[in-house]
Write a protein that binds this ligand. Structure first.
Ligand code: GTP
Length: 327
């Protein structure tokens, strides 16, 4: 949910329909509610409701349609456009617009508390690319305001943009909360990483390339540059290698998962443009080898190894051997 033009359909189109960000400017306003059923990880179906944000629709969601819209919600994602150098003429108009936006937000939270009290609330401060300077400060200020405006409801906030990896980070975290066996998957990936001598193993959903689970227990907390849960800001990114030269998942770039998602999605898109199917990729540098392979019908696996004595073929054979376990 969120006001018209805040970017809801655009993010859906980039993440779930694999469209490039550049095509989103052609999208029309959403009429009422657009429902999508996204098969996500075998039997898990994500029922995604994109609620058009024009005022007449918003009024109807919080009045006559309230029980339909807010019943059985697992996650509410509310999208606010970041307040950049606004194109509104005067500050009075801007304030009025903001007030209306917040009033709808509060009404949605109240309706959610009534019909789906267990639902988690994610608030995206979107179009962060439009903020040219002091991005972190602008985001933090907005988060503080949002917390005040949330009437005590626990919210998780992300700064996002369709133009960079921040969108993948937010959506990976959102989807992660909906995966029932995420902890078991992470445990199996840790076992697999140990068996391969890997620094880290990451599992991606096949179509969206969102991160499902990683072998690193710190996944949820390590990449928090532009995210906070009720204001708790996490550490800045650490260096890729620590001072002793050894590499541990905690000393890797904290944005590596979402950057991989974004890069692979772009690569897949260019493969399909040249009518080639993306299957697997191997990356080798002086310090590490990364193997990205299909794991199951719905997932890909990325294995990162910092040991030049481990052969790429051995990693690939281990992936093949592990397939049935993860299927
Ligand atoms: P309704 O369907 O009317 O509720 O609007 P919406 O929230 O679905 O907005 P939509 O996705 O149609 O996006 C409106 C405009 O915002 C489009 O021109 C997008 O290209 C643009 N947009 C979406 N996300 C971003 C972003 O991260 N950065 C920038 N700069 N523009 C964006």
């Amino acid at each position: 949910m969120g006001k018209s033009g805040s970017g809801k359909t655009s993010m859906r189109s980039v993440i779930f329909s694999n469209n490039p960000a550049s095509l989103t400017s052609r999208l029309g306003a959403t009429n009422d509610v657009e429902q999508n059923h996204v098969r996500f990880l075998g039997d898990l179906i994500l029922n995604l409701w994109d609620c058009g944000g024009q005022e007449s629709f918003m009024d109807s969601y919080i009045s006559s349609q309230q029980s339909t819209i807010f019943q059985h919600v697992a996650v509410l994602i509310y999208v606010f456009e970041v307040d950049s150098a606004s194109n509104l003429a005067g500050s009075a108009e801007k304030d009025k617009d903001r007030e209306r936006d917040v009033s709808y937000y509060r009404s949605c939270l109240a309706a959610l508390a009534r019909y789906s009290p267990e639902a988690r609330v994610f608030v995206l401060v979107h179009k962060m690319d439009l903020v040219r300077e002091h991005r972190t400060e602008v985001f933090q200020k907005r988060v503080k305001e949002l917390e005040r405006e949330s009437d005590g409801v626990a919210i998780t906030t992300f700064g996002t943009s369709i133009w960079d990896e921040s969108l993948y980070k937010a959506w990976s975290r959102i989807v992660h909360t909906l995966i029932p066996n995420a902890k078991v998957l992470a445990k199996h990936l840790t076992t697999f990483a140990e068996a391969c001598g890997a620094t880290e193993v990451v599992m991606f959903e096949r179509t969206t390339f969102l991160v499902i689970a990683t072998s690193s227990t710190s996944t949820a907390t390590s990449s928090e540059l532009l995210a906070s849960t009720n204001g708790a800001q996490a550490a800045e990114p650490a260096d890729i290698r620590n001072s002793t030269g050894s590499t541990s998942p905690n000393s890797l770039d904290p944005t590596r998962y979402e950057r991989t998602s974004e890069l692979i999605k772009a690569f897949k898109l260019s493969c399909s443009r040249s009518q080639r199917q993306f299957q697997a990729t191997v990356m080798q540098t002086a310090t590490f080898t990364a193997v990205l392979e299909e794991l199951t019908r719905n997932t890909y696996i990325l294995v990162v190894v910092h040991d030049d004595e481990i052969e790429t073929d051995a990693i690939r054979m281990n992936i093949i051997a592990a397939r049935s376990k993860f299927e």
